[in-house]
Design a protein around this ligand. Structure first.
Ligand code: LFR
Length: 502
């Protein structure tokens, strides 16, 4: 039996956490030692990430971690964050400008330009990545002629940037690199030819790294500042994990068979399956399904559905107006509202940028001639039903395009707490939902580290079996046969007799 203590740094669009885990072949526990806000800042009209505040949050978290270790060494650190965004490094290694938020408007209309240069079909066939306005390739093209890119020597995705600041190591972890839309989906090497054709210097793209590789060790001044000095004098390694948070979340899905789908539900709902080979067909492109790189050479074949962003942005809108709502109470009130009364396409591009979410949802309902939700509880019901319907559309398209059977859907991440959404997803998809773990991302992060550091968890199946044995899951049976209401369908008459609460 080998036991390792490792820290997971997991930063999402709303907040970051540092978690401390103890992992062995038959044990997995995780505690949150530090949480910090991730607050985007608009400067000069552009929405930025406050990446130094995030780094400070990581250092604070590592300091707290040191306090929890009781003199035991920390065996490793793994970092995952959201995808696509990057910092630029100048020739002396310093940051050139502040990283820009993927929801900033600078990429408006750019993906069409990129498609016009390369051809949408060729772009998909080479990279396998769905057309999303904020893909790194579009961000780089948007700033192609700007001074920042002229001054830059390297582009580092956010987890790689944090790793660089902690260790000095330069690289691009492959699961996250795939979301740039500059990685070849088949060879998993940078597509330098594609970059060149789009006027992006391939030299910006750092050497690729794979989950499980030791990236580097903490700088002496980081050890001193955090108090993480190993009592045995050894270095503290930073280990590559699925540094795209969704890649780590998929590792943490407690599946016990191949015929499963997952919904990694946080800011986004990432709805997909795990494949061995990418699907690069025109039908797949038309369905806007993506082939992101997964851990151990797997393919995350999935679609981005708008996710809990819609709820969070609604709560923020109401709070800005002085109306404070408690999400748990709102979800309970939403559960009492009729299902399917306010059909809305949650994936409509107008819902992507920050702003007044309830007003934009109401505008969409007016456009499609469906009833507008009026109270906050109705808005929440509308969002939950719309997300469940978005999950169904993705699962149906994936079934159709892969020929895969989906017997169970695992909802992991924060959304697993939302019983109304889990039940609505089971009802819409017509298959059971298993909710949990909420911490799938951090669990996937620590499991990949533990394996790299000697714990005998040879493959994803072994890691998932350990998650299944150690984490609590909740089962939601579909109330009715599969339903397929489109955005304009009539309200569904039947619901589960279980009254879900938040
Ligand atoms: C989820 C996520 C998605 C990615 C989006 C933007 O946190 O990483 O997978 O499409 O954020 O980076």
């Amino acid at each position: 039996m080998t036991t390792r203590r490792v820290a997971a740094v997991d930063i999402g669009a709303g907040s970051g956490r540092v978690m401390l885990a103890t992992v062995s072949e038959d044990h997995l526990d995780l505690i949150e030692v530090h949480r910090f806000a991730n607050r985007p800042v608009r400067v000069g009209g552009t929405l930025h990430w406050d990446v130094l505040a995030l780094y400070a949050g990581v250092l604070d978290g590592l300091k707290e971690t040191a306090g929890h270790l009781d003199g035991e060494p920390l065996d490793g650190i793994g970092i995952d964050t959201w995808a696509v965004d990057y910092g630029l490094l100048g020739p002396d290694g310093s940051l050139v400008g502040l990283p820009v938020h993927y929801r900033d408007a600078r990429t408006d209309g750019i993906s069409q330009k990129v498609a016009a240069t390369v051809g949408a079909a060729e772009l998909y066939n080479r990279t396998g990545i769905q057309d999303l306005p904020f893909n790194t390739v579009n961000q780089l093209v948007a700033e192609r002629s700007g001074s920042r890119l002229q001054a830059a020597e390297r582009m580092l995705l956010v987890p790689d940037l944090l790793t660089y600041w902690l260790t000095g190591a330069i690289g691009a972890e492959v699961t996250n690199a795939s979301t740039t839309q500059l990685l070849d989906a088949t060879t998993r090497a940078w597509d330098s030819d594609l970059a060149g054709r789009l006027g992006i210097d391939p030299g910006l793209l750092p050497p690729l790294r794979h989950p499980g590789e030791v990236l580097g060790v903490l700088y002496g001044d980081v050890l001193a500042e955090t108090g993480l000095t190993d009592p045995h004098g050894g270095p503290v390694p930073v280990v590559a994990v699925g540094s795209h948070d969704t890649a780590s979340a998929v590792v943490g899905v407690p599946a016990d068979r191949d015929s499963f789908a997952y919904v990694s539900c946080g800011t986004w709902s990432l709805v997909g399956v795990e494949l061995e080979q990418p699907v690069l067909t025109e039908d797949s492109r038309a369905a806007n399904l993506t082939n992101e790189a997964g851990v151990d050479g797997t393919v995350r074949y999935l679609r981005n559905v708008m996710g809990l962003w819609l709820l969070r942005e609604s709560l923020r809108t109401w709070a800005d107006r002085g109306e404070e709502h408690d999400l748990t109470q709102l979800l309970a009130a939403a559960a009492a509202e009729p299902a399917g009364r306010w059909p809305v396409d949650v994936d409509h591009p107008s819902l992507l940028p920050p702003g007044d979410m309830p007003a934009r949802i109401a505008a969409l309902c007016r456009e499609t001639g469906t009833p507008e939700p009026e109270t906050p509880a109705q808005v929440v019901r509308c969002i939950v039903d719309g997300l469940a319907e978005g999950h169904r559309r993705a699962v149906d398209d994936i079934r159709r395009l892969t020929g895969r059977d989906v017997e169970v859907i695992h909802v992991v991440g924060g959304g697993a707490r939302n019983t109304l959404l889990c039940q609505a997803t089971a009802d819409a998809c017509g298959v059971p939902v298993l909710g949990g773990p909420v911490e799938a991302t951090a669990l996937g992060n620590v499991l990949v580290q533990a394996r790299a550091l000697g714990v005998d968890l040879p493959d994803l199946a072994a890691m998932r079996a350990l998650v299944r044995r150690t984490q609590e899951l909740r089962r939601f049976e579909p109330a009715t046969a599969p339903t397929t209401p489109g955005p304009t369908a009539a309200p569904r008459p039947t619901r589960s007799s279980r009254r879900p609460t938040a």
